[in-house]
Design a protein. Sequence first.
Lengths: 171, 343
Amino acid sequence: MLTTKAPKETRALGEALADLAHAGDLLVLAGEMGAGKTAFAQGFGSGLGVETPITSPTFTIVREYVGRALALHHIDVYRLDSMQEAGDLGLGEMLDEAAVMLVEWGDAILPALPTDYLEVRITFGDGDDDRRIELTPVGAAWSARRRSISETVAPWAHDAGASAGGASDPC
Amino acid sequence: MTPTEPHADATTRVLGIETSCDETAAAVVTGGNDVRSSVVSSQVDIHARYGGVVPEIASRAHVDLLTPVIAQALVEAGMADGEVDAVAATNGPGLVGSLLVGVSTAKALALVWGVPFVAVNHLEAHLYATLLEDPSLELPALVLLVSGGHTLLIAMEDHGRYRLLGSTVDDAAGEAFDKVARYLGLGYPGGPAIDRVALDGDPTAIAFPRAMRGDGFDFSFSGLKTSVINHVRKHPEATTADVAASFQEAVVDTLVDKARRAAREMGARSMCLGGGVAANSVLRERFLSACVEDGFHGFLPSRAMCTDNAAMVAAAGWWRLRADGPSPLDTGADPNLRLPLAG
């Protein structure tokens, strides 16, 4: 279990994780409204070298950004109502060679997504700006990176001893 | 006028088509400012039960609605098919599936009728909504464009010459209204719902943060949304009316404060409001008082011109046709299209 105390820390965590990204990767962002999914995405994008501002994709569903080596497809499925609509977006086809895909509320449309992904689940903590973040690799591509994930996120694993699972596990 | 002439004049009749989000609209405008007809068929009822615009539903509804909406716009303008001189359609920004319906229809009509096709930027069209209603508007003007997808401060120096002074770094103002309304259980669209409920609330009840106030011309509304959620979680006893009024106050305060500072800095003669959030009653009142206090010619669009419509698309299309000629028929829909800015 990881913790952040401000949106800028959630951004910094996203930025650090971007170093581990490979072409064709998928990240599923889960968490209630206001949890900090877009903040994570902003940090992740800046870690990929995206220089244009990353804003909420809620209105257009999909926003695309150019990074240093990898492009970023930033998607928000908040407005989608059915799996049919998620399927119509063709998210699987969007995962091309030179891009990483980040899907906000992606946990709601898992059947429409590839089966290899990193789930980033953000929940509210005790204080207004406190957040708990759980990273769960699903499938071979991300599971193989468990160790480097743990090393990368160590600065945010404040109470690593207290909780098991997620990335604090000897990943 | 023959189809090969690129320019437009006072007699040029433009059919405008708008399908970028949840309104299906068609209009005929002559000479860039004489609105002969303007028909808008809203999908708000269809989307209300989902709490927002659902893209696939939107594009299917546009397919069903567009042909009768165009037919009605032509009838109301007293025109037969093919009597227009150009067909303009919004090609971005917006939902890609929805945009494609309007763009493809416009191209097909332009081909069949043998008239030019003009691709119109939705944001530029909003700027022309202002000029349609107040052709004597003095430039340069500061335009605050606020909707579900955009929060922009634009310096309009002249026709087709814009500078972007600021925009949101996260959520659009209208998106914050929609999300907060949904969180408070007020339904969709969120703007009118909050406007209504806030009438019974105290705008000073809760001191929500004014993010980035005094700090440049960019906006941030994501933190405000989170503050509302935090407040409601901690104070379940707070009345919805007070939360709505205090939230609305924080948004309006930030928007008006930045707009008047931007207008002073750019040396504007006028200040205009545009976009769906421009229908908000508190924003209208506060924006106009700021204009009066600071000595700017202020302009508030009618509520019909705040929301998406095709008259503004036809008007912007007329100006683009006059300035640049027809758009190539391979012009696509671009969901992330940006405002063409002066170099």
